[in-house]
Design a protein around this ligand. Structure first.
Ligand SMILES: Cc1ncc(COP(=O)(O)O)c(C=O)c1O
Length: 417
């Protein structure tokens, strides 16, 4: 049979062989279901980090070779990530975390807000994409909340349309909820918002680990995700459209005026971690070459095909869990009970009607299922659902390196609770 994108399957054994954690004495007996918290890293990332720390751990961009190499690799890392998400290299900022990136961005966007302007936030988002925007009320903005439908936990487009007025300036919305798991139609949301010249800030933290986005296709104004959840070190990427970035104030040293995007953050990135991002690109390039025997040269096209492979695999392993939890009378599953056409991430949150989320999660941990209970900082979402924000939900979050064996182990454990 000829291998096509439709019938080719992700080689999970190959994938797992790239992640040393699966052979590590401390991790190897665990099935890891806490990927929405943070993912394992492939060998390539560790190698790049070690190489930088060993050979080029000097101040970059001087003329001696170690320094030249350090600076060059920092530039390459940024350029590769720009290519992977279809951005220009001067539209990418690497910061310490998504929370930091969004606070810094909201501070920069203050310049565009006048008293009486309106800002829309949701109650489905992680707090990182809510609090910084809510604080714009300190300069006179009116904050409006796009509330999700309590029945199905979805953000309804019609409700957004009812909230938008001629005064709306900013809309902050998640591409994918870290609790409900739903993928929101960010492209459509941007289309609606742009008719009123509203700046859209998309939180891609729960989306990107399941396939890097094409930011130009989404036409989103700003987009951010945490690289420590996309197989890298503890950093986060912020994308911004150049035509907006160039208008933002300089929040860095005075003499750097005009040198966006470096002017958004008061300070530079973590050098060694930035360089290790090359390893993420290498990992995905190797994954592509392992599965597709062709001469494709476009990074974007390769990413799109890999995304397809990953989604298919994630759908196959997550759907039995969703179906099982949905059919259990003593469990309340949040969000859709089936993944179809990437309408949902394999991030599965639920509560038990009989025991606390903490007790439930502890029982899973006793069976070597790495999971946890928490509000995962989406506390407005939990509050709206009347879930105790201290006990939270149990969250099982999968990614492409999870195997059928992991799922069988999880199902056995679930059946005994
Ligand atoms: C959906 C979502 N947005 C934002 C964040 C915040 O990311 P960071 O830890 O990089 O600040 C998280 C972290 O878990 C998240 O899940």
């Amino acid at each position: 049979m000829k291998l096509t994108l439709e019938n080719i399957e992700l080689d999970v054994n190959y994938v797992r062989s790239q992640f040393p954690a699966f052979k590590d004495p401390i991790c190897k007996d665990w099935s890891f279901f806490e990927n929405a918290g943070g993912s394992y890293v492939p060998n390539n990332v560790i190698q790049k980090l070690t190489q930088f720390m060993t050979s080029t751990k000097v101040q970059p961009y001087a003329e001696y070779p170690m320094s030249k190499m350090a600076g060059k690799n920092m530039d390459i890392a940024t350029e590769l990530f720009a290519e992977m998400i279809n951005a220009k290299k001067n539209e990418i900022l690497i910061g310490g975390s998504t929370s930091i990136n969004l606070y810094v961005l909201s501070n920069a966007l203050k310049k565009m807000i006048n008293p009486g302007d309106e800002v829309i936030v949701t109650n489905q988002d992680h707090e990182a994409n809510i609090s910084p925007w809510r604080r714009l009320n300190e300069i006179g903005a009116t904050i409006k909340e796009w509330k999700f439908n309590l029945e199905n936990q979805e953000l309804e487009i019609q409700d957004l349309e009812n909230l938008i007025t001629n005064k709306t300036k900013i809309l902050a919305v998640t591409h994918c909820s870290n609790i409900v798991g739903s993928v929101n139609n960010l492209k459509k949301i941007c289309e609606i918002a742009h008719k009123k010249n509203i700046i859209v800030i998309g939180d891609g933290v729960s989306y990107a680990p399941h396939g890097f986005p094409d930011v130009k296709e989404l036409d989103v104004d700003f987009y951010t995700f945490s690289l420590y959840k996309t197989y890298g070190p503890h950093l986060a990427l912020l994308y911004g459209k150049e035509e907006i970035l160039e208008k933002l104030p300089n929040q860095n040293h005075e003499f750097l005026n005009g040198q966006y995007p470096y002017t958004i953050n008061p300070g530079g990135p973590n050098h060694e971690e930035l360089v290790s991002l090359i390893g993420i690109h290498e990992y995905f390039a190797n994954l592509y070459n392992h599965h597709f025997n062709d001469t494709e040269t476009s990074t974007l096209k390769k990413i799109s095909k890999i995304n397809h492979l990953i989604s298919k695999h994630e759908e196959n392993i997550a759907n039995p869990i969703l179906e099982y939890l949905y059919n259990r009378d003593d469990i309340k599953l949040l969000g859709k009970n089936k993944i179809e056409n990437k309408n949902r991430a394999p991030t599965i949150a639920f509560t038990s009607k009989k025991i606390t989320s903490e007790a439930f999660s502890k029982k899973l941990i006793l069976k070597n299922i790495a999971t946890r209970n928490d509000n995962f900082y989406a506390w407005r979402c939990l509050k709206a659902l009347n879930i105790d924000t201290n006990d939270g939900v149990v969250r099982l979050s999968l990614t492409h390196y999870n195997s059928k064996e992991d799922v069988e182990k999880l199902m056995d454990a679930l059946k005994n609770i």
